[in-house]
Design a protein around this ligand. Structure first.
Ligand SMILES: [Fe+2]
Ligand SMILES: [Fe+2]
Length: 152
């Protein structure tokens, strides 16, 4: 509805914090790269989901800009910028532990979105977060399906 630095800083966490859309994009892409020759079905699923997370990044970047803050890949801690790091990615060793981490990441992202929905009074942002949460539930379903198939 209007520029708001506090809201932008909350959305930066979802966009580029430790558990964030950019971490999901990079994690799913890495899992795709290493699983491609082992399990093409799961690898392709992870690539597709990473594209959806990229779209989430775009919607959050646009919103952060409208709130008056640049969407660089950093969050604020005591007014200090902390840039995104490749150490936030769970790289993993096997297909099943990668999928387990990917599912855990989706649940954690939903928990953060719910918390931020409570703390942001702007109805447009609440609605945007609701739409993203819907996608994250769908990702959990997709990941659970392949987990059941390959991780008995
Ligand atoms: Fe997402
Ligand atoms: Fe997701």
């Amino acid at each position: 509805m209007a520029p708001n630095r506090q809201y932008a800083e909350l959305l930066l966490e979802d966009y580029t914090g430790m558990i964030s859309e950019i971490t999901a994009v990079k994690q799913y892409l890495y899992h795709y790269f290493v699983l491609k020759s082992i399990n093409p079905e799961v690898a392709d699923l992870l690539e597709c989901v990473s594209l959806v997370e990229m779209h989430h990044m775009e919607m959050l970047a646009e919103t952060i800009r409208l709130l008056g803050v640049s969407p660089r890949y950093r969050v604020f801690r005591n007014n200090q910028e902390v840039y995104w790091s490749g150490t936030y990615v769970y790289y993993g060793l096997s297909l099943c532990d990668m999928l387990a981490a990917d599912i855990a990441g989706e649940w954690a992202a939903i928990a953060y979105y719910r918390d931020h929905q409570q703390r942001i009074a702007d109805p447009y942002i609440k609605e945007l977060l609701e739409r993203i949460i819907l996608d994250e539930y769908h990702h959990i379903k997709l990941f659970n399906d392949v987990m059941q198939k390959y991780c008995k």
